[in-house]
Design a protein around this ligand. Structure first.
Ligand code: SAH
Length: 351
């Protein structure tokens, strides 16, 4: 039988496991802290655990340690983009960003993505598999070890659709949140979804209180369907009703992401329609100048039209900001580094 990945246990599961191997339950807390708070990668670093117990753990379990294949650092703003290798050889991306409010890590939740959004690089090569909770949390541990910097905010906005990997994502939030672990408060965790409506309702009932971001990107069902296949499953009205439920149950403001694509969704009429849709909701709009990716035809809206769009929303009382473009010199937009890696691998195979 293969060894167990000890990082995958919640504290309660670890307690059960430690008891099942005939040891005292309190050791679970010590081990959990070593793994998730301190971030050790070897049992021998657990100095308050007896050698006998360490040996026992080594025999039956392993500590997840993921390898960094590549790190690109932006010379402009300190953004660092990591290509991380999972134990089965799959690769994912995490992006480290420096903001005034603290260091932020953007984590992936899946290898590839099924959602098929027309403008997104992550979905271009299809879907491989979902990440486990420890692979999601492990991105933070890996990057903290590498940079020697503390991460205080986590955004679930990397490769994959978090609500298409619901159980593992929720489990990872609970582990990241845990006082004996990284202890990152739920209010410092944002989860972004393209809008899997039933799971927005489920998330509202989890009692987690993380910030929810909705990738809206269009104001009519027809336009949304033309760029996001998920819009064929759930219309905007159903999506916004789920958002209202989330606000009601959690008291948290929702952030709507809107990637401005030139000539597609950046007109005055689009802005006014967005005002109509969001009026009365506790919401915030985050405008993203669309990142142009090689294979896709969408063009970035120009600066003037972005500003006009923002001013229209703000003057109608919808709080709107434009997302700073961090790491523009290092392919920091979603999925672009992994895509290059896959393309290179394909090229190698061809040789
Ligand atoms: N699957 C989730 C989270 C990952 S993407 C979601 O859809 O929300 C994080 C954000 O980046 C989403 O709002 C996504 O729509 C946006 N995004 C993806 N590709 C982009 C691009 N080329 N330009 C601008 N934003 C993009």
């Amino acid at each position: 039988m293969g060894k167990i990945n000890i990082n995958e246990f919640t504290l309660e599961e670890l307690e059960e496991y430690i008891e099942s191997i005939g040891e005292k339950k309190f050791h679970a807390k010590q081990i959990f802290k070593w793994i998730h708070k301190i971030g050790v990668v070897s049992f021998d670093e657990m100095t308050d655990i007896s050698k006998k117990l360490r040996d026992k753990l080594k025999e039956s379990t392993y500590i997840l340690n993921m390898e960094i294949i590549k790190c690109q650092s932006s010379k402009k703003d300190g953004t660092m983009k990591f290509l991380i290798k999972l134990l089965d050889g799959c690769a994912i991306e995490s992006v480290f960003m420096v903001y005034n409010h603290g260091n932020t890590l953007c984590v992936s939740t899946q290898v590839g993505c099924k959602m098929g959004c027309k403008f997104c690089a992550s979905t271009k090569d299809g879907f491989e598999r979902s990440l486990s909770a420890s692979e999601i949390e492990g991105q933070i541990l890996t990057v903290e070890r590498y940079t020697n910097k503390k991460i205080s905010n986590v955004v679930y906005m990397g490769i994959g659709e978090p609500l298409d990997n619901y159980d593992n994502v929720v489990k990872s939030i609970r582990i990241i949140n845990h006082p004996f672990g990284l202890n990152i408060g739920a209010r410092h965790i944002s989860l972004s979804t393209c809008g899997i409506v039933p799971n927005i309702y489920r998330l509202a009932d989890e009692n987690i209180q993380c910030t929810l971001s909705i990738s809206l990107h269009a104001t009519t069902d027809e336009k949304r369907q033309s760029i996001m296949p998920i819009a064929n499953r759930y219309n905007i009205e159903e999506l916004l009703n789920a958002c209202k439920d989330y606000i009601k149950k959690t008291g948290r403001r929702i952030s709507f992401e809107y990637a401005l694509i030139s000539g597609k969704n950046d007109s005055y009429e689009d802005a006014m329609e967005l005002v109509r849709l969001l009026r009365g909701m506790i919401a915030h709009v985050n405008l993203i100048p669309v990142n142009e990716i090689k294979e896709k035809e969408y063009k970035k809206a120009n600066e003037r039209s972005i500003e006009k769009f923002m001013n229209t929303l703000n003057s109608c009382g919808i709080v709107t900001t434009v997302r700073r473009e961090l790491g523009s010199d290092i392919d920091a937009a979603c999925g672009q580094l992994r895509k290059k890696y896959i393309d290179n691998k394909k090229d190698c195979q061809k040789l």
